[in-house]
Design a protein around this ligand. Structure first.
Ligand code: NAD
Length: 479
């Protein structure tokens, strides 16, 4: 039975929906509801956007300057760390991500996002343009206004903070819609923002579903100035269409079907460790998952055996147990999607290693003999499922890796430095990792090519998205 209640946060208040509706959030480990959540609709979205608009147009936040804003964002980061256990356990209960990851990675990363963007906004210079014609020109990076941030369920706190931190640091106000499968940490985060001294109306949270619900209402609202969206590629298309009605710029971080290339010259220990982390981490529920692995033929057999063994060695079970590495999939619907993929893969003639599990748990799964056009090879499964396919030479490897409409990330395992650079340059992806995975530098562009996204965020790319750059030209010739 659900015991708690997760409210919207609008204009600094924890509120029920105007119509008083609620929904239940389900703990994927117990498969039972664990909390009730305010179920918003267009009316609640409108209230939140109005609050964010008022805070943007009349409130202190956009006007207080980078130093003071940065101080408050650092305070928020401090509070995230101080409340790390609660935030981490909330995400673990909401979506099944192992607590070692929510405590050890997501909370520090969320805090780091706020610290980084606070400092980045304060320290980034703007251009002054010398002119030959008696004029001086410079650029002002002004807040864009009200940002709609729509987040997925797979890394709730971390991905919300990745959107909110740069938006706030550049002086915007935000309406956040977390995924309906993992809503609770967003309300906690907004409460901490208020506790840090961030003014009411600057960070608002509205809960509810996306299509025909809160998400859609937010993207269609005329009071929005930017939309930053992370989710499925198909949803990204709907978001773009809605945004186009009001000429609102969108940043889309979408799905992936990311390749990992293992060359025969690779250190196989590194390759197996990297591939296992990329394919099975967070039970494969990561846009960046390396789910299509291509291995140079001489080491293919050994690699398959070792990857399967690495998957088998991962502890799967209760995500609240610190020993657990693989938790359950996040929802009944998602569990059905992943297991349907495995059923279809068997019917398509794939050899399946692993893939067992009870409840919504699916243990790491390795597939070989995968037909090129099998859905498991072409579509994002978003589960702990990796296909492993042999290749014969570098050209072949690059062609296979690029044989997809997605282009989010890729991993290359090799000890040949020239090959690493050569192959990285030819892969159609927003990020290429060589002999590593998931290493992020917040100054670097992050985003995807093709069906994996539109635009980049990170460092100056975030500034350019979350601001309206303005050119000021001054006559200094005195005539
Ligand atoms: P989703 O597209 O189903 O939902 C994402 C968010 O959009 C949710 O909050 C949802 O309620 C909302 N939404 C749904 N329909 C909407 C609509 N019509 N208008 C507005 N909002 C709407 O995605 P998901 O299943 O929550 O997340 C998994 C997906 O996210 C995967 O495809 C994954 O690859 C992708 N993802 C991408 C990145 C990245 O950085 N590129 C990161 C994490 C996840």
């Amino acid at each position: 039975m659900a015991t708690g209640f997760v409210a919207h946060v609008i204009d600094g208040e924890l509120v029920e929906s105007v119509r008083g509706n609620r929904f239940e959030s389900v703990d994927p480990w117990t498969r039972a509801p664990w909390t009730e959540v305010a179920l918003g609709d267009r009316t609640d979205v409108d209230r939140a956007v109005r609050a964010a608009r008022a805070a943007a147009d009349q409130g202190p936040w956009p006007r207080m300057g980078h130093t003071e804003r940065g101080r408050l964002l650092h305070r928020l980061a401090d509070l995230i760390v101080a409340n790390g256990d609660l935030l981490a356990r909330t995400d673990t209960t909401d979506m099944g991500r192992p607590v070692t990851s929510t405590v050890g990675r997501d909370v520090p990363r969320a805090a780091a996002n706020f610290r980084f963007f606070a400092d980045h906004a304060r320290l980034t210079p703007a251009e002054a343009l010398p002119s030959d014609h008696g004029h001086h020109a410079y650029t002002r990076y002004e807040p864009a206004g009200v940002v709609a941030a729509i987040a997925p369920w797979n890394l709730p706190l971390m991905l919300s903070s990745w959107k909110i931190a740069p938006a706030l640091a550049w002086g915007n106000t935000v309406v956040l819609k977390p995924a309906e499968q993992s809503p609770a940490s967003a309300t906690l985060l907004a409460r901490l923002a208020l506790e840090a001294g961030i003014p009411p109306g600057v960070l608002n949270v509205v809960h509810g579903p996306g299509a025909d619900g809160v998400g859609q209402a937010l993207t269609e609202h005329p009071g929005i100035d930017r939309i930053t969206f992370t989710g499925e590629s198909a949803t990204g298309r709907a978001v773009s269409t809605a945004a186009a009605r009001h000429h609102v710029p969108v940043s889309l971080e979408l799905g992936g079907k990311n390749a990992a290339l293992v060359f025969a010259d690779a250190d196989l220990d590194v390759a197996v460790r990297t591939a296992a982390a990329a394919a099975f981490g967070n039970a494969g529920q990561m846009c960046l998952s390396g789910s299509r692995i291509y291995v140079e033929r001489p080491v293919h057999g050994e690699f398959v055996e070792r990857l399967h063994a690495a998957g088998r060695a991962m502890t799967a079970g209760d995500p609240g147990d610190p020993a657990t590495e693989i938790g359950p999939l996040a929802s009944a619907a998602h569990h059905r999607k992943v297991t349907d993929h495995l059923t279809r893969a068997r019917a398509d003639g794939c050899r399946v290693y692993g893939g067992d599990g009870s409840g919504w748990l699916v243990r790491p799964t390795v597939l070989t003999d995968v037909p090129r056009h099998a859905p498991v090879q072409t579509r994002e499964v978003f589960g702990p499922v990796a296909t492993v396919t042999p290749f014969d030479h570098e050209e072949d490897a690059v062609r296979l890796a690029n044989d997809t409409p997605f282009g989010l990330s890729a991993t290359v395992c090799t000890t040949d430095l020239s090959r690493a650079h050569r192959v990285a340059a030819r892969l159609r992806a927003g990020t290429v990792w060589v002999n590593c995975f998931f290493v992020r530098d917040l100054r670097a562009p992050f985003g995807g090519v093709g069906a994996s996204g539109v635009g980049r965020e990170g460092g100056l790319f975030s500034r350019d998205f979350f601001t309206e750059p303005k050119t000021v030209v001054i006559d200094i010739a005195g005539c």
